[in-house]
Design a protein around this ligand. Structure first.
Ligand code: FUB
Length: 340
């Protein structure tokens, strides 16, 4: 992480001059943007980055976020409005700290915020909170969602109205401690030619606060139909899964973590297997990269973050938005956040 920050530190001014987009807001730091169109407007559900004073560590302890603010935009090119605090960790009975990347969904007149946080034992769990309005305030369920774990929830609504909860992140996100939905502290990230770990996915029930089935692991295949290897760090899943659908095909996009790429894979089922297709976004300033993909008035947009505004402080990030080009063959054109 230090190496990445140092390399970028010397280039910051040049990168800023070539940045393809500006922060949506600059009065607070925001990250991990999950964008949706609700009531004809764009609502963005980001993490709210703060400097909590926690020391840097490999588990992401320095990401000490405590609450969520929802951002609203009339158009992707317009001003973003900060709708204020939507949920605070002190109001979540089971959560103790680290309100990481959230997502939101709508069903039957209610809005739902899905969020990871550590419980009193230091384990990441995924919670859900409900509201009458897209911007909240959200009222949390008293317990985390049974059967969900790790971080980075993303809720995908299919054309038939079915909602799927997808989640997962390795290293500080603790996904490597689970096999077949069972936790074992002895498990580590697989190594070498062993298959890489995949995010988990399960259908939500109609009430949107429970899983309707045990989650399954999503497998990502290479061009030969083999699961991506654990040592394939420039392609394997790390964190930040996101699902969208284009021309009847499912797209899974995600961060490769220590190689700092946003990649994507496609499938004919939300459960996969998905086949790796390429890079969406080359590395941004800061260690993490995390995104969402959202259509607004017939055009696709990538919402992402970088740490340029804070001068490269990796846990003080800013969310941004840029058009995303889907090619005629269904591939996604690679975006370079600071020009080519
Ligand atoms: O924002 C905290 C964590 O950093 C997120 O959960 C990860 O996806 C990474 O962006």
């Amino acid at each position: 992480q230090d190496l990445q920050s140092r390399r970028q530190g010397s280039d910051l001014q040049q990168l800023a001059a070539h940045a393809i987009s500006q922060p949506l807001v600059s009065h607070i730091y925001t990250a991990d943007p999950s964008a949706h169109v609700f009531e004809g407007r764009l609502y963005i559900y980001p993490s709210h980055d703060i400097d909590s004073g926690a020391p840097f560590d490999d588990e992401g302890g320095h990401f000490g976020m405590q609450d969520y603010h929802v951002l609203r935009m009339d158009t992707p090119e317009g001003e973003a409005t900060d709708c204020g605090v939507a949920l605070h960790v002190r109001d979540v009975p089971w959560a103790s700290q680290q309100m990481w990347a959230p997502d939101a969904a709508f069903r039957d007149g209610r809005y739902y915020l899905y969020f990871p946080a550590k419980d009193a034992h230091g384990m990441f769990r995924i919670g859900v909170a409900a509201a009458d309005r897209p911007e909240g305030p959200f009222t949390p369920e008293p317990e985390p969602i049974k059967g969900a774990y790790s971080i980075d929830p993303a809720v995908f609504e299919d054309d038939d109205g079915t909602h799927y909860l997808c989640f997962g992140g390795i290293w500080g996100g603790q996904l490597q401690k689970y096999r077949d939905n069972r936790y074992d502290p002895a498990h580590e990230e697989p190594a070498g030619e062993a298959p890489a770990l995949g995010p988990r996915i399960g259908r939500l029930d109609a009430g949107m606060t429970r899983l309707a089935e045990p989650t399954r692991e999503i497998v990502i295949l290479d061009e030969h139909g083999q699961p991506l290897r654990a040592d394939d760090h420039s392609r394997r899943f790390f964190e930040g899964p996101w699902l969208h659908k284009h021309q009847g095909r499912y797209y899974l996009s995600y961060s490769t973590g220590d190689t700092h790429l946003l990649c994507y894979a496609t499938s004919d089922s939300p459960y996969g297997p998905f086949t790796y297709r390429g890079v969406i976004l080359t590395p941004v300033v800061g260690w993490t990269t995390h995104h969402s993909i959202c259509a607004f008035q017939g055009r696709w947009y990538l919402f992402y973050h970088d740490a340029l505004l804070s001068g490269g402080v990796t846990h003080l990030r800013s969310v941004k938005c840029t058009p995303l080009h889907m090619e005629a063959d269904g591939s996604i054109r690679t975006i370079h956040p600071y020009g080519t």
